[in-house]
Design a protein around this ligand. Sequence first.
Ligand code: MN
Length: 327
Amino acid sequence: MRPLFSLIVPTRGRPAQLRRMLDSVARTASHPERIEVVLVVDDDDPASLATHPRLAVRHVVVAPGRTMGALNNAGFAASAGDYVMLLNDDVIVRTPGWDAIALRCFGRFPDPFALVHVNDTLMRDHLCTFPLTSRAFYELAGEVCSAEYERYRIDDHIEDVFNLLVVLGERRVVYLPDVVFEHDNATQHPEAGAVYLSDPVILAADAPRFDALLPRRKELAWRVCAAIGARPDPSRVAAFGAVTDSFAIRSPGRQIAIRSPWWRGPLDAVRRVLGTVNRARRKSAGELLRAIRKRLPVVRPLRDRSSEAGHGVAGPQPVLTPRERPG
Ligand SMILES: [Mn+2]
């Protein structure tokens, strides 16, 4: 069966985190058998060539020292899923049924040109850190992003194409505050709590690259418009032409925000168990119990779950750090 989702994960030298990420994907997905994980690994790092009993894991081995832009492109080239997510090894997926929820989001649109934006717990709705969009979008772009990007602004780059579409009158980003892909890369600040810090030297190189590629993103936004058959009116075309600062078009309301009811995850889990019971009627009682146990979500302490559902305070909440402006 062809994978529905491809998760592109460049990784190096952190096999324990990588395993934790893979386990969380398999544990939370409604259909792990339809998920492909593409690990992009340096050829001097065999410890990162992980596999997983419940996921199709593909390995792309490259020479060390490539940019994150090049690594994501290499992962995409080897992937086969209809929907492609750029992910990190330091992520813990927290929300049961995230794949089914994301699929329903894509189903809102008559074509595959949409961006699903999950909650990374740090940037949240301010930046789509782990963009999930369609293969069709990247095929239209010809690549995931420019290989020039060393580490930063790849997420900004992809989100910006969709923000430009908003200027042209096409709102194609769905933000899911309750679908949590916890990004475990915060730094504990003594006063501010958990904050995101970037490497200033690399950011100083990537920020101007992002700015310089605005014309290319505008051109891609036009091609998406053509692909979806949109005809922006002249006032929108003028506003689009006047955009010179990608940060200035990151306006609130650019995303369609969809909350997931808290009972959706447990309900999906019950449905999965019932499906297992139905399929396994002829099996022995022991086999049946083992099969059910495999499909039950792992129960975590209550305070973790209340934070995931978006209500209740679960200890220190990460403080949002808006990204530094370039220049
Ligand atoms: Mn990360």
